[in-house]
Design a protein around this ligand. Structure first.
Ligand code: ADP
Ligand code: GN1
Ligand code: MG
Length: 372
């Protein structure tokens, strides 16, 4: 538990003046620790987003900060050119009083950025119009970064979406079985291994030159979009730490994995876990309305499959972390990662069940968007 005192000290190191008023912890991310800190200067309250970068996950925070600062700088220009509001539509990082992008503090590394007020996130969606807007936001994000110099990006987590390597890591965790959990989860291990043939499909397309390497977000969870309180539209894509060279399929698939489902990511009652074709259609419509003309045929043809691939990969990662003693994802209770893994694998089965419908939806919408 990080105390307000600590957060105030961090704020001072970033040159924030004023009287501390209150703070709040955000609980919707699995990786970083995020706080809102409020200070009063005269009659005005000022809000700051204070974040503790997880240095177990992100081993080179300086490289990470270079990526996000350069990308947000570039985005600000593109957003301004397109008549948008760069203050609210992308992140703004502060420097420390020494001019550094983050504050190294023992095992911790802190950063501060502008809090975007009158915004909120979703962990679960029922209204398809909102998910359509999320698709538009991530499609627009991909489009805005289409000409960003990809060679300038650091790979903040190497092989992040290299699904075959994720499966290898699972096998290694099963073999090591360091806290004796493997026997208890044989069914889940068998499930993961039974789908291994799918793991290399997206990378195979890249090797064959059928899908391009793009600047991708790589963590397109619904709660990584801030929505505007007033318009209820997607406002700002956040959580930019995994921006790296990647495939559009990663971003589309991961967004469907998390957002087009009928239950939370950690719902333990698997009878509630399913894919909503209505939500899938809404996201696809939003996404393709923003970037259909930029996609290759192989990208379009694998959008539906990418939802299965990314759900599978995430299930493999949760299961691996469970077997390794929960060292990567934050957990609220001992079986949390196992519950998450089961939830993902149930979702994989549900996606498989409706794959022909999902493929037909993609082709129909793609045709509509490119004929307009
Ligand atoms: P994590 O990597 O842990 O997911 P995020 O960067 O996604 O961390 O931040 C966690 C949460 O904090 C977000 O889901 C959102 O609710 C909130 N948040 C992050 N950045 C901002 C911001 N600039 N303005 C308002 N809220 C934010
Ligand atoms: C993590 O940081 P957050 O909560 O947005 C993870 C993603 C997973 C996701 C599963 C850097 O995302 O890759 O898909 O949890 N981020 C990192 O919910 O590993
Ligand atoms: Mg997040």
């Amino acid at each position: 538990m990080i105390a307000f005192r600590k957060i105030i000290d961090v704020c001072r190191a970033f040159g924030i003046a004023g009287d501390p008023v209150r703070y709040k912890t955000f609980t919707d991310g699995h990786i970083n620790s995020t706080f809102l800190a409020v200070f009063r200067e005269g009659d005005e309250e000022r809000k700051y987003l204070v974040q503790n970068i997880n240095t177990v996950v992100f081993k080179d925070p300086d490289a990470l900060m270079t990526n996000v600062v350069n990308v947000t700088h570039y985005l600000r220009k593109r957003i301004r050119e397109n008549g948008g509001d760069p203050e609210r539509e992308t992140l703004h990082f502060r420097k420390t009083t020494d001019g550094a992008l983050c504050l190294h503090d023992g095992d911790y590394c802190w950063r501060i950025y502008a809090f975007i007020d009158n915004s909120f996130t979703y962990d679960l969606i029922e209204d398809s119009a909102i998910f359509r807007s999320a698709g538009e936001s991530f499609g627009r994000f991909q489009r805005l970064l289409a000409n960003y110099p990809i060679e300038n990006l650091y790979e903040t987590i190497p092989d992040f979406h290299h699904t075959p390597k994720r499966v290898e890591a699972l096998k290694a965790a099963v073999a090591a079985d360091c806290i004796n959990r493997a026997e208890q989860v044989q069914k889940e291990i068998d499930f993961a291994l039974s789908r291994e043939a799918d793991a290399g499909v997206a990378l195979g397309l890249l090797e064959e030159g059928k899908v391009p390497l793009r600047v991708t977000h790589n963590d397109t969870k619904l709660n990584n979009i801030l929505f505007d309180e007033t318009t209820k539209e997607g406002l700002c894509v956040i959580d930019l730490d995994t921006i790296m060279p990647g495939l559009s399929l990663y971003d589309f698939g991961d967004a469907i994995r998390f957002g087009a489902k009928t239950a939370f990511e950690d719902e333990a009652d698997l009878s509630k876990v399913s894919i909503s074709l209505e939500l899938f259609e809404a996201y696809t419509d939003g996404y393709l309305s923003a970037c259909a003309d930029a996609l290759t045929k192989a990208e379009v043809d694998h959008l539906a499959f990418s939802a299965k691939l990314m759900t599978y990969e995430c299930g493999v990662r949760f299961l691996t972390d469970y077997l390794c003693g929960d060292t990567y994802f934050k957990i609220d209770y001992p079986e949390h990662n196992l519950v998450r893994a089961r939830n993902q694998f149930k979702m994989v089965e549900e996606i498989e069940r409706v794959m022909p419908q999902m493929e037909a939806i993609v082709q129909r919408i793609y045709k509509e968007k490119t004929e307009d």
